[in-house]
Design a protein around this ligand. Structure first.
Ligand code: VG1
Ligand code: CO
Length: 580
């Protein structure tokens, strides 16, 4: 093949957000739009890194992925990449990409040192919806801010990109290697099984035999909803083929370009079918409700965990996994190195860390901040309130890992009553946890697609308000009699303990005397307007009082939050779009 230099002009707005560049498909379809971003990334990596490298390119299979993969292959060839690895049909979950970078050895003995992941994660897909792209580094984790900033700067000055226009399209539906010869020698494209490396890794972490025993108990029923995302490809392999679950228990496990028209976000609003099945919907079915249910997002890095008519908040989930990991999961049998959560995630994990005397870290939103801690051996288990949970087995959050972790805990708690009829349930495990550690009532309000200017003004108002705590407390006392005083307010700023880098403006916090918290931030993953996220949390230590309904328990704090932020005044919204 020959290398062509194509002239181009910068596009505005190619700044990667919390997790890559996410835009409407129509935006990506503009001439050279994707190409500009890909070239800006190669340039940010420097040519020594790119020349001769092995690069992974795949994603959650959403609309436009297949075309994007062919474009990136041609640009990789022209930029001197030695080999591109593609999961069969272009499918690799985000956690599987991380595993492939870290673990997989190519047919020529090579290892990958980076990846383009093609996904907009939990955002809908299809011609009128979202596409996305992000770059992961040689440790298998998202590019750190230093790299994403330099990608962005490159997109603002780009004049040309390199592409091998005459390279024929590669058949990505068939496993095998296609070789080309170019100016610098051979260029290969290797198509491989999307699940093999990941499944192998899971088997080294968990005791599959004990999970299999649990699943085979007639009393234990299980249901998994992939929301037509890429998780389906892994669910079949792991839950059905490896662990012997009945295929009928898999919902929406055929990956689709448009996620079947749905919103592939595993929460109580969007995972409707599963929520109904688990007895949590309006149509309160009482018979045949499974003991355990779980769902994933489009790229399978998120998870929702449900028990029979019971929702486990993600903040509780990571705390419970951390509290039980050493006993229930072989990978952690030597102990946990430390634990970490994102700032808006509830402090349930903090309490576990204190009890178990573990190192603890609070980082900004987004998985990229956990990677440095893990690479430095400081953190084993981490999580976010946004349905993300994971460990240092890879450098991404991992939806199926979280399900296997919960199944391991259930298997462990039930190991002594193998013949007994009665099972220790998800709900009992959570309630037991609350009575030991106390409960963090928690909820998140999302105001989606708000006018961007109004959202900025609201945030500026909140920052301004912080300068006078007495002013803040005046509003607090007027609004809610049950609410304690604010003792500290700030904008969260993070200094990475490993490389010393500083991230500012990571959300506005109001900390109350009794440990309650209100957090406000703007989303960095949307593709239209602005999304305001409001996180509300209250700690209850008294075991007698941990059983309340969380919306009811949090109502006074919610009122305070709406008054402090003048939410309706700024946004015109009297209620949030989504409550989780
Ligand atoms: C959201 C979540 C954040 C998560 C990010 C990527 O970001 O709040 O916790 O890491 O999505 O998740 P934001 O900036 O919109 O709040 V995924 O599964 O969409 O890659
Ligand atoms: Co995701």
């Amino acid at each position: 093949f020959k290398v062509s230099r194509v002239e181009t002009k910068p596009y505005d707005g190619q700044k990667p957000g919390t997790s890559g560049l996410r835009k409407k498909v129509k935006v990506f379809l503009q001439p050279h739009y994707l190409q500009n971003f890909v070239q800006a990334t190669f340039d940010a990596l420097s040519s020594e890194k790119v020349r001769g490298m092995t690069l992974v390119v795949s994603g959650d299979g959403r609309y436009f992925s297949k075309d994007a993969i062919q474009i990136i292959i041609k640009m990789a060839a022209a930029n001197g990449v030695r080999c591109v690895w593609v999961g069969q049909n272009g499918l690799l979950s985000t956690p599987a990409v991380s595993a492939v970078i870290r673990e997989r050895v190519g047919s020529d003995g090579s290892k990958a040192s980076g990846a383009f992941i093609l996904t907009a994660s939990h955002n809908p897909g299809g011609p009128n919806e979202d596409f996305g792209i992000k770059y992961n580094m040689e440790n298998g984790g998202p590019a750190p801010e230093g790299v994403t900033n330099s990608i962005y700067v490159n997109t603002t000055t780009i004049k040309e990109y390199l592409i091998a226009e005459d390279l024929h399209d590669v058949d990505i539906s068939t496993i095998g290697v296609t070789s080309f010869s170019g100016p610098d020698g051979h260029f290969d494209v290797e198509v491989f099984d999307s699940a093999d490396t990941y499944v192998k890794l899971m088997k080294t972490i968990f005791d599959f035999q004990s999970i299999q025993k649990l699943l085979s108990r007639p009393k234990f029923t299980f249901c998994y909803d992939a929301l037509h995302g890429v998780a389906g490809a892994y669910a079949k392999r792991i839950f059905v083929e490896e662990l012997g679950a009945d295929e009928k228990l898999l919902l929406n496990c055929v990956p689709k370009e448009d996620f079947g028209g749905g919103h592939p976000d595993p929460n109580l609003t969007y995972a409707k079918e599963l929520v109904d099945r688990m007895g949590l919907g309006k149509s309160q079915s009482l018979v045949d409700v499974p003991e355990f249910g779980a769902a994933a997002d489009g790229d399978a890095d998120r998870n929702m965990i449900l028990g029979k008519r019971f929702f486990v908040t993600p903040s509780d989930s990571v705390a419970i996994i951390a509290a039980n990991a050493v006993e229930a999961i072989p990978y952690f049998s030597g102990g946990l190195k430390g634990v970490a959560r994102s700032m808006p995630t509830s402090a349930a994990l903090d309490v576990v860390a204190k009890h178990l005397n573990l190192k603890f870290f609070e980082v900004p939103t987004g998985w990229k901040f956990f990677g440095n801690l893990m690479d430095a051996g400081l953190c084993s288990v981490c999580g976010e309130e946004s349905f993300g949970t994971g460990s240092d087995h890879i450098r991404e959050k991992d939806g199926i890992w979280a399900v296997l972790a919960w199944l391991s805990i259930l298997a462990h708690k039930n190991k002594d009553n193998l013949s007994g009829e009665k099972l220790v349930t998800v709900e009992e495990i959570v309630r037991q946890h609350w009575s030991t550690y106390g409960r963090h009532y928690y909820t998140r309000y999302d105001y989606e697609n708000v006018d961007a200017g109004a959202a900025k003004e609201l945030m500026a108002h909140l920052v301004n308000l912080q300068s006078s705590l007495s002013g803040v407390n005046k509003i607090v006392n007027e609004a809610g009699s049950d609410v304690s005083n604010v003792v500290h307010a700030d904008e969260f700023e993070y200094r990475d303990p490993v490389d010393g880098s500083i991230s500012k403006h990571q959300g506005i916090r109001y900390l109350f005397e009794d440990g309650s918290r209100l957090v406000f931030r703007l989303s960095g993953t949307g593709s239209e307007g602005a999304t305001i996220r409001l996180y509300i949390e209250q700690y209850e230590k008294d075991p007698e009082k941990t059983g309340r309904d969380s919306q009811e328990a949090l109502a006074p704090l919610v009122e305070v939050a709406l008054k402090l932020s003048k939410m309706e005044e700024f946004t015109g919204r009297s209620s949030p779009t989504v409550i989780t």
